[in-house]
Design a protein around this ligand. Structure first.
Ligand SMILES: [Fe+2]
Ligand SMILES: [Fe+2]
Length: 350
């Protein structure tokens, strides 16, 4: 099957579904080197009490798992992009892992702030994954960063772990604290990248954007520029991040940035909060405002194709027009070829 057929088949399989899943394909000059991976993010599994969990968030993750198992061709691996839990509880992480255990492939994980700030990532490290690591796959170097760290003074000032978690869990809480990768991890990243040939494609997974968009909602990483500087020597760099629960894309120097969708809910765009200074990339054409009558609206999946340094992202948005964001070699940045201007209301939704 060639890539066009693959795209077509994936589109036919998934376009009409409410799939909150990201499928990523990396394409090279030699077809046999091509591969794809799926990306699921921001499930926010939330315990009510005992064995009761918020049904809507469970359903979003279950749907993504079911669809990931149907993908053909099978993705080489699956990433989970962080915020598996809502309040970092072991029960939430365990329940999320239980849902993910239905995947036919064992996923790799990125850590989100909702997984971290109850016990500073202790349970995650024990049960789920290292907080940062790298791996190589078919000629691509992948790096997973923990981008949601903050200052010890902030982390240690609360009367309980639950209070600390609650302060970091809100979108718009001025008592929160900005995220960062931090010096120790940047030193690790530098040493890791020093071993990689500069022509090797590098894909970085983070939870928060490794760029500054809006500080008030932590769509922000304080040391983003320092991380970007470490990535500067490479020819082909893509950063894929969750956390923002909406489509964003940008080009900063040699680095293409793409967000992935959440399986739980969409966040509003910072630009709707007109009284605050925000830096939503001017390139980004915003998604339609989510329709609250549709449970999974403004979730979705995308297929990312990286060939000879060019990036094309094919978004399939349930209950909305699909979108394509493609790298334009003339302007050297991602651009929309299809805007999401008209909502196509399904006739047989429920
Ligand atoms: Fe999230
Ligand atoms: Fe997050």
């Amino acid at each position: 099957m060639n890539r066009r057929d693959f795209l077509k088949q994936s589109g036919l399989l998934l376009a009409a579904s409410t799939l909150p899943l990201s499928l990523v394909e990396i394409a090279f000059a030699k077809a046999e080197d091509n591969f794809s991976f799926a990306y699921i993010s921001d499930a926010h599994i939330q315990q009510i009490k005992g064995t009761q969990f918020v049904r809507n968030w469970d359903r979003g993750l279950m749907r993504a798992v079911a669809e990931a198992n149907l993908l053909d061709p099978k993705p080489d691996f699956i990433m989970f992009g962080g915020d598996l839990a809502q309040l970092g509880k072991p029960e939430e992480i365990d329940h999320g892992l239980e849902i993910l255990s239905a995947l036919h492939q064992k996923p790799r994980f990125v850590l989100g702030e909702h997984d971290f700030y109850l016990d500073m990532g202790e349970y995650w490290a024990k049960k789920v994954s290292e907080h940062h690591y790298s791996f190589d796959h078919k000629g691509v170097h992948f790096v997973v960063l923990n981008s949601i760290l903050t200052h010890d003074e902030w982390s240690n000032k609360w009367s309980s772990p639950e209070e600390r978690m609650a302060m970091m869990a809100g979108l718009d809480n001025p008592l929160g604290s900005p995220f960062m990768v931090g010096e120790a991890q940047r030193n690790w990243l530098k040493a890791d990248l020093d071993k990689v040939d500069k022509t090797t494609p590098v894909v970085v997974f983070s939870h928060s954007p490794l760029q500054k968009i809006y500080k008030g909602w932590n769509f922000w990483t304080d040391d983003a520029e320092q991380v970007q500087a470490l990535l500067k020597p490479f020819n082909k760099v893509t950063v894929i991040y969750g956390h923002v629960h909406q489509i964003q894309y940008n080009q900063i120097g040699n680095i293409s940035f793409h967000s992935v969708m959440a399986t739980s809910w969409p966040w509003p765009y910072p630009s709707t909060y007109a009284q605050a200074e925000q830096f939503l990339p001017k390139l980004t054409v915003e998604m339609n405002r989510a329709d609250p009558f549709f449970e999974r609206d403004a979730t979705g999946w995308q297929l990312i194709d990286i060939a000879t340094g060019n990036t094309a992202v094919h978004y399939q948005l349930p209950e909305n027009k699909p979108r394509t964001v493609a790298f334009n070699p003339e302007t050297k940045r991602p651009e929309d070829s299809e805007y999401q201007q008209q909502r196509e209301v399904p006739q047989t939704h429920y």
